[in-house]
Design a protein. Structure first.
Length: 76
């Protein structure tokens, strides 16, 4: 019985360590190919396009609307 519990504990520790390795690898941006296989080198990154801002997110637009609301006679 004691030998069975010892094997069970060893198996549980091995599974726990294996799961931790997979979690850390995925959190670090791993390739998702398991424990074996070389990582593919990262090439040059593409320049990202500027993010489109909606009018209600643009601070200048909102500030201008507020100014126009307060001073309706002001043309610009």
């Amino acid at each position: 019985m004691l030998r069975f519990l010892f094997v069970l504990v060893l198996l549980a520790v091995a599974i726990y360590l294996l799961v931790r390795v997979f979690q850390e690898r995925s959190a670090a941006g791993g390739t998702g190919r398991g424990l074996t296989g070389p990582r593919r080198p990262q090439g040059p990154r593409r320049p990202q396009r500027p993010r489109i801002i909606a009018p209600d997110d643009d601070e200048d637009f909102l500030r201008d609307l507020d100014r126009k609301r307060r001073n309706p006679e002001d043309p610009d």
